[in-house]
Write a protein that binds this ligand. Sequence first.
Ligand code: SF4
Length: 462
Amino acid sequence: MSKKLFIKTYGCQMNVYDSARMADALVPHGYRATDRADDADLVILNTCHIREKAAEKVYSELGRLRRLRERRRARGADMVIGVAGCVAQAEGQEMLERAPFVDIVVGPQAYHRLPELLHRRARVKASVLDTDFPVESKFDRLPEELATPPGISAFLTVQEGCDKFCTFCVVPYTRGAEASRPAAAILAEACRLVAAGAREITLLGQNVNAYRGEGPDGRPWSLGRLIRSLAEVEDLARIRYTTSHPRDVSDDLIEAHGSVDKLMPFLHLPVQSGADAMLQAMNRRHTADDYRRIVERLRRARPDLALSSDFIVGFPGETDRDFAATLALVEEIGFAQAFSFKYSPRPGTPAAGMRRQIKDAQKSERLARLQALLAEQARAFNAGVVGQVLPVLLERPGRHPGQQVGRTPYLQAVHVEAAGRGLGQTIEVLITESHSHSLAAVPVEPPAARPGANRRGMPACA
Ligand code: SF4
């Protein structure tokens, strides 16, 4: 009899991808997905450590699950509770001590072993823990078969881990050192995603542009080289990648932005601060001017490139002048969208112990000013495409009959009155309105060919 699996995913796209792969690993063992935790025989929390008080939030969710399990047990059913992801990795044994009712704790590099952990737990009738960084790659052990269709826009992890050790970040401790998957495995997975209906693939990595995977020729491939090869995949219309580090923006990657039509003109390139003193204290390994130069070169290669970024305000020691430098950088670069946060200490990171922590009221005041500027830029960017004809990849039905929702090359959500057009098609639309988080558009007749369709027509998927 099949068992039901519920995975709750926190955090970034990499966790969304990991949750899908956990399902891939478990479906051959008799599990099928449910969207209700109270209906599930196995509940997994796939956790993220980036946000403030992440571990506390997981413990409180675990308390809720424990009560849910008690109610199921009263009905004669049971529930296995698992915790995966970065909080599982960071807490490890401590999680089993603090929440001994948790059955499985598994780190982000070991989730391919979930079926084995479930068996072990049933055998030993006790909680099991696996937060190893195994020698074998999980990607070699995960089934090729997809448990659920990927959707029009799919994620594909190409790189994991980080060697940068920014002083505010836990990722190098929870995800380990930078490691890249071989290009052949990525190309094969891309082909499977496209065969299952995906038309856009976002390449994922904590430091995706640090990609140095082994190429089919035995040499290390850069991200630019990988993108050029992926662009040969017939029926793959769009390629994106995230998240990048300014240090790893290579000449080759810049060149790919200028020459690969399928590589979308939108780049998330975190800068965090516009002040060199802060960048140094954060151990970002680049200056504000380095960032300016990189953006200038990228825009020379691809003049319509839209940028997104991450900002931290109120990092320890940040002065009014440092904050003004951040505002100046934002004014100068101009961002299509951005994520901005108040600095909050993560236990175990160097910045948590730094002197000159900034008062919360001051952080809030700076964040409000920065967000007002970023929101104004985002509004202006969206308003700037009104009246333009843009290619939109249709991703899902809209709320009204005949309406579809897609995205522009610049990642803007667009509601299109596109009755009769199939999901997965890229159509030319006239942008008619801009709202705070989306655009409205009407199709332009006749439907145009997909942008960036494989011009050389080389079928990369055998
Ligand atoms: S580059 Fe810095 S912020 Fe990004 S994952 Fe690595 S340590 Fe964290």
